[in-house]
Design a protein around this ligand. Structure first.
Ligand SMILES: Nc1ncnc2c1ncn2[C@@H]1O[C@H](COP(=O)(O)OP(=O)(O)OP(=O)(O)O)[C@@H](O)[C@H]1O
Length: 316
């Protein structure tokens, strides 16, 4: 409960989790309002899954505590307030899609209609298909339908669209946004910057077990405020780059130079009037740049805007 009496959908205070010498989560405190769609974004090993496990009561915090709708996580789950769609498991291969959702529904006293859940998850057209004939993306949608059946107030997804193609991801998120519009709180962990930027109201950026930024996608971009000024500058030396005024960082690759700057005009003016630089291009940062600036930006992160941070450390 907040000081204003708000009942938070999710409230965590000083969550920490250590596995032997590994400090997987190193002090996470957050509060999520009912109806918010929140992305946990971060590179491999940032602590997203461990945090989610503690929020759901699947892992016991080393220190700190979590509440969902003012209840201990396990009690909130038992009351059907919370559904989780985790990365793997949980499907019986010989059942049909419809039977799977029906079976899940039989576990709860209060449910939504099976047909409604199939419709909302976009799998009504394959309701009779056996689970083992469904693609990975269809199985994820089935997990979403199973999550919907108890009519939860909070749905937690751990990397929900891994393995889906672009269209599958878009349709999946359209279904989730519709649900969120009906008041459901959504929390999801993702490597996909584009997914966080496009579908979340709020992005919580994690790195090495801590929250390093928390805000709307626009606010996160502003945290890494400024612009990039790129130019062709034949023969420029490191000393030439260092002599350019008003920049916050410079890079050189062959004839190509790039400056990060809050006052991009000052950099551009100097390059055009005092040097032989040409072909200037000025661009504003994307969420990708914010991510790079706010986290370690290690080899596991993608360099192209809108691309994924892949498990293998390469772009997808
Ligand atoms: N059961 C465990 N035993 C030991 N170390 C663990 C365990 N679970 C997680 N870790 C470690 O804790 C850190 C955080 O892992 P976690 O899975 O929470 O990160 P993540 O942000 O979800 O990563 P990813 O995006 O790769 O799934 C990692 O260094 C991981 O190796």
């Amino acid at each position: 409960m907040s000081s204003q009496g708000t009942l938070w959908a999710v409230e965590a205070t000083g969550l920490e989790k250590t596995f032997g010498a590994v400090h997987a989560v190193a002090g996470v405190s957050l509060a999520i309002r009912p109806g918010e769609v929140v992305a946990f974004l971060g590179p491999n090993g940032a602590g997203k899954t461990t945090t989610i496990d503690m929020l759901l009561g699947l892992a016991v915090p080393t220190t700190g505590s979590a509440e969902l709708f003012g209840l201990e996580p396990r009690r909130a789950v038992d009351r059907g307030l919370v559904s989780a769609v985790l990365q793997t498991g949980g499907l019986l291969k010989d059942l049909s899609v419809r039977e799977t959702v029906e079976l899940t529904g039989s576990l709860f006293s209060h449910t939504r209609g099976v047909q409604e859940c199939l419709d909302r998850a976009g799998i009504a057209g394959i309701a009779g298909r056996r689970v083992n004939k469904c693609s990975g993306g269809q199985q994820q949608r089935l997990r979403f339908a199973m999550a919907l059946i108890s009519d939860p107030s909070l749905i937690v997804f751990d990397e929900p669209t891994t393995g889906m193609d672009v269209t599958g991801r878009r349709d999946f998120w359209a279904a989730i946004r519709e649900d969120a519009a009906g008041g459901c709180t959504v929390l999801f962990a993702t490597h996909y910057l584009e997914e966080a930027e496009r579908y979340a109201d709020r992005v919580i950026l994690m790195d090495t077990g801590r929250i390093v930024a928390d805000g709307t996608p626009g606010e996160l971009r502003a945290m890494a405020a400024g612009r990039m000024v790129r130019a062709t500058w034949p023969g420029a030396t490191d000393a030439d780059l260092a002599a350019v005024p008003a920049h916050d960082g410079a890079q050189r690759q062959g004839d190509q130079v790039a400056f990060r700057a809050l006052d991009s005009d000052a950099v551009a003016r100097h390059l055009l009037t005092a040097t032989s630089a040409r072909d200037l291009a000025i661009t504003s940062h994307g969420l990708e740049d914010a991510f790079m600036a706010l986290t370690a930006g290690d080899a596991g992160t993608a360099r192209e805007p809108g691309r994924a941070f892949s498990k293998e450390g390469s772009t997808r």
